[in-house]
Write a protein that binds this ligand. Sequence first.
Ligand code: NAD
Length: 245
Amino acid sequence: AGRLADRVCVITGAASGIGRATAERFLWEGAHVIAADLDEERLATLEGVVPVVGDVSREEDARRMIATAVDRFGWLDVLVANAGVIPLLSVTEAEGRDFDRVMAVDGRGMFLTCKYAIEAMLVSGGGSIVCTSSISGVAGQARQAVYGPAKFVATGLTKHLAVEWAEHGIRVNAVAPGTIETERVVAARVEPGGPEYLEEVLRAHPMGRFGSPEEVAAAILFLASDEASFVTGAILPVDGGYLAR
Ligand code: NAD
């Protein structure tokens, strides 16, 4: 049997990148996967999941993502709160609405999905939540004054929720990925100033390469599974040594 055999798991932002790799790994490990995303078309290309189209920043949609798991399978074991937008804007380029949007999705959306997941997990007697934070949710970086603070919400929520719900059998952890080779990173190679920026970011990763979505999915799997049964409130770097500097 797989490491998540028959576990009921909601993954947000599951249509692409880290969320998609996580959904595929969880399926392989025997989980029932409820895959939530805004992008209906890409979500439809993910086989073997229960798809839910919705926006995590909208209260009703976040509630529905969790309710789908409970209605369909009876309970919820795991939430991977991963949906996010990643604007790489310097504070001088950004406007208030850029900050509001990233806070709505990466901040409020994570809050709402965690809230409804915890309510469901309390009914079934426990569970495990894994939030996708970032190295930008732990340390400072250039061009991240919009995105970075939203990722600090992820690490903050992780710690506060972990402490409050530990005695109810709910573990809450986060991964802090370094730069991961998703389509966005690949696209940045041909943007103006992109290659120089990526070169600089690469130098900050001691392993001298970017990570893959599958490498982040493996860390999420560990935290979600029973193998991490005494791990809560942890922020696990998956960053080729970035945060160790
Ligand atoms: P991605 O763009 O490939 O995937 C993000 C997914 O989230 C997309 O499918 C998108 O449609 C979905 N999404 C966006 N807004 C949504 C909303 N409001 N409601 C529901 N779904 C929504 O990006 P990714 O790189 O896989 O990022 C996933 C997570 O990993 C994000 O939280 C991001 O901050 C974090 N992260 C990424 C990196 C990286 O280098 N790629 C590094 C550290 C952390």
